[in-house]
Design a protein around this ligand. Structure first.
Ligand SMILES: NC(=O)c1ccc[n+]([C@@H]2O[C@H](COP(=O)([O-])OP(=O)(O)OC[C@H]3O[C@@H](n4cnc5c(N)ncnc54)[C@H](O)[C@@H]3O)[C@@H](O)[C@H]2O)c1
Length: 445
């Protein structure tokens, strides 16, 4: 316990220092990954502000409101600095990070030109890629091996080589690769032993993203999953990560339309307004959109997007308000838009005496611009979790995910505001600070 004047606060875990270089490994060097890397390179030259990143811009309130203690999160908890980050990645498409960023078309020349040399120096390592799992893509920069286990071992070798070559003290991995086909956990995902023998048998239940997750865990590297793939969210990896003090988190970055849903739905529920329909449709024209045009990849995304509303609205508790919602999500590949997605929501709500109303949301968003700060924050917070010895699922990072991983038997928390509160209270706990409940009786006594 720590004595803080008139308060006694529970001490958080020991946290190792953030000094030294942190390697950020990104399987999938497409739009999101290159937008993230470019933003960090620009920010550290003082040429851009890392907008959207809690680790860089957000403060945290500590103690009573009257104390006026609101440091920046990064100063308060000790995170790796942007200058200490080194980026690496894998991709079946051999383009370096500059070429890939140009191809993605997210950032303008005025942002890419000043960092062209640094981006060009980041070439993707050869990928563990299999077209069976992402049917709309292909590329020559791939690994081969007698079986999936050999390929996983080659990723482990890449991780060790990257760490040594770049003088990194620590590493984190954030999956920024394409959405794979829909897979359910089965017997091969039960234990590390069953997983390893399935890799040796080239079992189809083992997708490439799982090989990266396996390699990360075996190398003691925290692993976060930015896509909706089944990747590290099954017992074999969850148990191994917990037993060995390695953080894992997922899945599917919470960006455009789902971000809006998890902002709006808690508001309707807080006011006990009923909803009987929520129709969401998107058009987007980037490579992600092309991959999601395949029904098998879309199914993975759809599952990830659909759960949100049910978990927030709790129709089992409020059947007259939410028991009969028709929720539909569509994604349409429309090349002219590139990375500039348009997401429409039509929400049919009802109020007092059942009178009907409608809300229309038309979000003209830039997906990768919303995703990049998430990748950065996850890298820094997963590193923090690793240094604090927090193994297994990091539910406090649900804030960043569409489909948050949580302990078996729990339902995921989707409400953005609860997630934000949980994240900040976890930071307070880690630093041995008092939890904030917002009760506030003391101000009136
Ligand atoms: N942009 C967003 O807002 C957002 C939000 C949530 C989730 N995501 C997910 O993040 C991922 C990346 O999105 P993006 O817009 O950068 O897509 P992208 O298509 O531009 O990039 C993905 C890259 O992954 C590569 N890849 C595919 N399989 C791979 C493998 N096995 N190993 C290594 N690389 C592989 C592809 O070649 C491609 O370059 C997608 O799965 C997407 O669904 C994105």
């Amino acid at each position: 316990m720590i004595d803080q004047g008139d308060r006694t606060v529970k001490e958080g875990p020991e946290i190792r220092s953030a000094e030294g270089r942190l390697g950020v490994l990104l399987p999938g060097m497409g739009a999101v990954a290159t937008t993230t890397i470019a933003g960090v390179l620009l920010a550290r030259k003082g040429l851009a502000t890392p907008i959207g990143s809690l680790t860089q811009m957000n403060t945290i309130r500590l103690g009573q409101r009257t104390e006026n203690r609101t440091p920046l999160i990064k100063d308060f908890i000790g995170l790796a600095g942007l200058d200490d980050l080194v980026f690496g990645g894998w991709d079946p498409i051999p383009d370096n990070a500059y070429e890939s960023a140009v191809n993605a078309g997210v950032l303008a020349a005025k942002h890419l030109d000043p960092i062209r040399d640094e981006l060009s120096a980041i070439a993707p390592m050869s990928a563990a890629f299999d077209k069976e799992y992402v049917t709309r893509l292909d590329g020559p920069n791939t690994k081969s091996g007698a079986n999936k286990r050999e390929i996983a071992e080659a990723i482990r070798e890449d991780i060790r080589t990257f760490k040594a070559d770049n003088g990194c003290d620590r590493l984190v991995m954030v999956w920024c690769g394409s959405t794979e086909i829909f897979l359910r956990p089965g017997p091969t995902h039960e234990t590390v032993e069953s997983f390893e023998s399935a890799m040796e048998q080239n079992d189809p239940s083992i997708a490439p993203s799982m090989l990266y997750a396996y390699a990360a865990l075996m190398e003691g590297v925290p692993y976060a999953n930015g896509a909706p793939n089944l990747s590290a969210d099954f017992p074999a990896f969850e148990d191994y990560a917990k037993a060995n003090g390695i953080p894992i988190a997922g899945k599917d970055f919470k960006t455009g339309q789902t971000l809006m849903k998890t902002i709006l739905a808690p508001g309707f529920k807080a006011r006990m307004l009923g909803i009987n329909g929520w129709f969401s449709t998107n058009i987007l024209g980037n490579r992600d959109g092309a991959v999601l045009d395949d029904p098998a990849s879309f199914k993975t995304k759809e599952e990830s997007k659909l759960g949100v509303i049910d978990h927030i609205l709790q129709p089992e508790l409020y059947p007259e308000l939410y028991g009969d919602i028709y929720h539909k999500v569509r994604i349409n590949y429309y090349p002219p838009r590139g990375d500039d997605k348009e997401g429409w929501d039509n929400i049919d709500i009802f109020g007092w005496l059942g009178y009907k109303m409608q809300i229309k949301v038309d979000f003209l968003c830039k997906d990768s611009i919303l995703a990049a700060p998430i990748v950065l924050d996850l890298a820094l917070f997963m590193d923090l979790a690793g240094r604090a010895g927090l193994g297994g699922i990091q539910e406090w990072l649900s804030f960043y995910f569409k489909s948050p991983q949580c302990a078996p038997g729990l339902y995921p928390e989707h409400d953005l505001f609860i997630q934000n509160w949980k994240l900040k209270n976890t930071l307070r706990w880690l630093a041995g600070e008092e939890q904030i409940t917002h009760l506030g009786r003391e101000y009136y006594e």
